[in-house]
Design a protein around this ligand. Structure first.
Ligand code: COA
Length: 191
């Protein structure tokens, strides 16, 4: 491996059950399928409902652009056994602060199998390994217990409760912020 930094070639990561790979415009239908879900739009600020193939195409374009600019690595999650696109996991990269923010969405039919945790761990590994960040963080709505559990299972620590921090469906909502420092990751959280 060369020096840590934003990769010039898009990584593909294989875990025990998943393949994380870059999206292409051909994936718009698959992305639409797992995003067009009230549970997803309720918990992910940027995902509207209904979520159309046009929204998916726009999102894929944005992900490709962010990679070109060196500010984001957005991956689709494929289930290796079926080859189905079942979700996504993205890193936003902040070179100035040596920091990355991780996020994830998993299709309704595939939840509860530990897939989001498996994907998030792989993305955290990418952030500390290839990108060489000092810190990985994540933000979730405070009542999003499944997401919080994923972050905790990845070894992240609750750092802040942000009261009335975001607007959600027209109402103020509380957020929580989680963080993982390189020394914690190097000290044994790495899987
Ligand atoms: C959050 C999300 C990605 C989790 O996906 P997943 O593949 O089911 O996650 P995992 O199976 O890896 O882990 C989920 C954990 O949350 C727990 N969990 C699920 N629902 C829960 C609930 N309502 N209350 C408490 N814990 C819950 C599960 O038991 C599991 O923990 P465990 O393994 O210790 O038992 C998925 O629910 C999703 O896509 N939600 C909508 C979009 C979203 O919220 N994205 C995150 C935005 S910050």
């Amino acid at each position: 491996m060369g020096e840590p930094g934003f990769p010039s070639v898009w990584p593909i990561i294989e875990t025990a059950r998943l393949r994380l790979r870059p999206p292409s415009l051909d994936d718009a239908q698959g992305v639409q399928r797992f995003c067009n879900d009230p549970e997803v739009s309720r918990n992910a600020e940027t995902i509207p409902l209904p979520y159309t193939v046009e929204h998916a195409t726009e999102w894929i374009g944005l992900v490709l652009e962010e990679f070109e600019k060196g500010v984001g690595v957005g991956m689709l999650i494929e289930e290796r056994a079926s080859g189905e696109v079942i979700g996504d996991s993205c890193l936003k990269y902040d070179a100035t602060h040596g920091r990355a923010e991780v996020g994830f969405v998993l299709g309704r039919d595939y939840r509860g199998n530990g897939y989001a945790t498996e994907a998030a761990r792989a993305m955290i590994g990418l952030a500390f390994g290839t990108l060489g960040v000092r810190k990985v963080m994540a933000v979730a709505f405070a009542d999003n217990l499944a997401s919080r559990r994923v972050l905790e299972r990845c070894g992240m620590t609750l750092e802040a409760s942000l009261r009335g921090h975001s607007m959600r469906e027209g109402e103020p909502a509380d957020d929580v912020m989680y963080g993982l420092l390189r020394r914690e990751y190097d000290g044994g959280i790495r899987q």
